[in-house]
Design a protein around this ligand. Structure first.
Ligand code: OAD
Ligand code: ZN
Length: 261
């Protein structure tokens, strides 16, 4: 089948059938920076991506942080400001609505596994969100076990641990660091018991996140990749919708709900 020419309605019918006939399985979304792009939050790669203007080794590695914590915090504070001023996109909202409706109609779980640290899925109302790369809205101590949530951009006067006075850092995963083991095994588990995995707005080249659609597919899921450009997932996906998230996700999810409602 040619992935690119399937009509949205035909695809919605196939997906509705898949989720009705797999009563024990759930639905998952794997999301990346592209889902938040229309909210004005820059992606990492691509022509205006963050990694074009900011050196990864300076801003997103433990070594970079040790070298210049003030500079890294300045960058994170700038990103926090941008994210705080942004609102969830129509795609974030459609996924949250989909969770609500599938729970109501079929008692089926919808999980969101995200590489994003922006918290927009939770702000849109999704309740089962797995944050693979941590959250820009949490801080942790570089020395002791202190961790805390924050609800507004960090205050430059509170960058030291209240318990041990060491540097606080964002609770995100940097290059060269391992993902939280519990978070990762939950993501593997969800992927393996999904009957459909929607992959939205990720370049699909950062591992282990990029393994998840492979796990899902080899466990019997239909994988749908939604991206305006071909991603690392497009070729292994059952369906590739070449589109911006907001032009495809709300419409597709609505069409699926219409078939099962
Ligand atoms: P990337 O910046 O690598 O990729 C963003 C993807 O979104 C690209 O494939 C774009 O084509 C796509 N895109 C752009 N606009 C879009 C739109 N309106 N709708 C849908 N898709 C759109 O971001 P990620 O794949 O999330 O990790 O990057 C993965 C990880 O690499 C990030 O979590 C971060 C980064 O380095 C860490 O910091 C550990
Ligand atoms: Zn401490």
């Amino acid at each position: 089948m040619n992935q690119k020419t399937i009509e949205l309605d035909e695809l919605a019918a196939k997906l509705a059938n898949q989720l009705i006939s797999n009563t024990e399985k759930s639905i998952s979304f794997l999301t990346g920076a592209g889902i938040s792009a229309s909210a004005g939050i820059p992606t990492f790669r691509g022509k205006d991506g963050l990694w074009k203007n900011y050196d990864v080794t300076k801003f997103a590695t433990p070594e970079g942080f040790r070298e210049n914590p003030e500079l890294v915090w300045e960058w994170y504070a700038w990103r926090q400001e941008k994210i705080a001023a942004a609102a969830p996109t129509p795609s974030h909202k459609a996924i949250s609505k989909f969770e609500e409706e599938l729970s109501r109609i079929l008692n089926k779980d919808v999980y969101v596994i995200t590489q994003n640290v922006d918290g927009l899925h939770q702000r849109a109302g999704s309740s089962k969100v797995i944050e693979l790369h941590g959250s820009i809205w949490r801080i942790k101590c570089t020395k002791c076990s202190h961790k805390a949530s924050i609800d507004k951009p960090i205050d430059k006067s509170s960058l030291k641990c209240p318990k041990c006075k060491s540097w606080l850092r964002p609770d995100v995963v940097w290059f060269g660091e391992a993902l939280d083991e519990k978070v990762l095994s939950k993501a593997y588990e969800i992927s393996a018991q999904s009957c459909i995995m929607f992959v939205v707005g990720t370049s699909g080249i950062v591992f282990p996140a990029a393994y998840l659609p492979i796990i899902a597919r080899s466990s019997g899921a239909l994988v749908v990749d939604i991206n305006p450009e071909k991603s690392g997932i497009s070729d292994i996906a059952d369906y590739f919708i070449m589109s911006e998230a907001d032009k495809a996700v709300p419409q597709l999810l609505k069409a699926i709900l219409a078939k099962i409602g």
